[in-house]
Ligand binder design. Structure first.
Ligand code: F1P
Length: 346
């Protein structure tokens, strides 16, 4: 695997520090709600943040597109925390949402990659992800870095609020420490993923499915494919398939499904059976040693196991590699996709 590819996908090498948490402890302890606001890939990381923060802190969390939030009159004030997430730290919609939140008196926490960026300078506290410098427009390692910050944030606030017991806290910290090694393992699956991608690079449509905390990962997998290979792809919560998308499934529709052991595994098996009954092709992300999905799916990509709440850090890697390999075999420029800018400042 080339260093460039490794550089694009690895979680960041620098240590992530979360500034301003201790000095704003009371705000986090007493918060009535958290609203996470972002665009694009950062919005998908925000959805993962919703699962993480609600689970570990028991604070109500909602997620909004910055491009909508900025034009609304949201009900927020001093007791609400707004988290803004932006890789570039310059996205105009996210900056406008931040300004609106501040005007309404909310406490704003930022998660940015670019040190000294406008958003980073405008927030009350925040964390840098240090996932750069970026050479490619499509966000990949910034995504895993954003999730890492959200995990740390959820663990710290959860502890402040006594919402997480000591054993679970310790266990998750240890699991988090093991993630880089597991990411490296998945990166070594590159050849397997390349072979699968070569069978599908002429396809025009894809569906991505996931459940629970891996539903936003399905959205992100679909977005990566759209952004760099220009193939139409839609992500759905797997349980929503029966409410509409199932009509699309036939022998020409490949479905990428996150089918790791935790998180409604039996229901996922049911979803795969429904797809196979309609002759759809299934590419499944499974845990090492999986038997049931292996018997049903057309292709499996085996990844290491971890706690469900940390699993997006691992499940997204094969989807990023898959999009990369498909785009590459279609002869697309994976670093500079057409019509996309690194910072959307208008
Ligand atoms: C948001 C974003 C990226 C996307 C592209 C356009 O940017 O939608 O997710 O990959 O670069 O902008 P940011 O606010 O996270 O910098």
């Amino acid at each position: 695997i080339s260093d460039t590819l490794r550089g694009r996908l690895l979680i960041p090498e620098k240590i992530i520090c979360i500034d301003g948490i201790e000095s704003h402890k009371e705000i986090f302890v007493n918060a009535e709600s958290i609203t996470i606001v972002a665009c694009g890939t950062s919005w998908h990381a925000s959805l993962i943040g919703e699962y993480l923060l609600e689970e570990l802190t028991r604070i109500r969390v909602e997620v909004e597109y910055a491009s909508e939030f900025r034009y609304r009159n949201p009900v927020i004030g001093k007791k609400n925390i707004i988290i803004v997430i932006s890789q570039s730290g310059e996205t105009a919609d996210t900056l406008a949402a931040l300004k609106l939140a501040k005007k309404k008196g909310a406490f704003v926490f930022g998660i940015c990659n670019v040190v000294g960026s406008t958003i980073a300078r405008s927030v009350d506290a925040g964390a840098y992800t240090h996932a750069g410098p970026e050479i490619s427009v499509a966000s990949t390692k910034a995504f895993t870095a954003q999730i890492t910050v959200l995990v740390l944030l959820a663990l710290i606030i959860g502890k402040y609020r006594y919402a997480i017991d000591d054993n679970r806290y310790k266990f998750l910290c240890e699991e988090l420490g093991a993630i880089p090694e597991k990411v490296n393992y998945v990166l070594k699956m590159n050849d397997t993923i390349k072979k699968i991608s070569q069978l599908y690079h002429n396809v025009n449509n894809f569906i991505y499915l996931g459940r629970g905390i891996n539903f936003p990962v399905a959205l992100e997998g679909a977005l990566k494919l759209k952004e760099i290979s220009y193939i139409h792809a839609e992500g759905y919560p797997a349980a929503e398939m029966k409410h509409g998308p199932i009509a699309l499934i036939d022998e020409n529709m490949p479905v990428v499904i996150i089918a790791t052991k935790k998180g409604c595994y039996d229901k996922i098996i049911g979803n795969i059976q429904e797809i196979k009954a309609r002759k759809g092709k299934v590419i499944a992300i499974v845990n090492k040693g999986d038997i049931q999905v292996n018997l049903l799916a057309d292709h499996v990509i085996e990844i290491p196991n971890t706690d469900e709440i940390l699993s997006p850090l691992i499940t997204v890697i094969p989807l990023q590699l898959f999009a990369y390999q498909i785009a590459f075999s279609r002869g697309k420029n994976v670093d500079q996709p057409r019509n996309l800018a690194k910072s959307v400042t208008v």
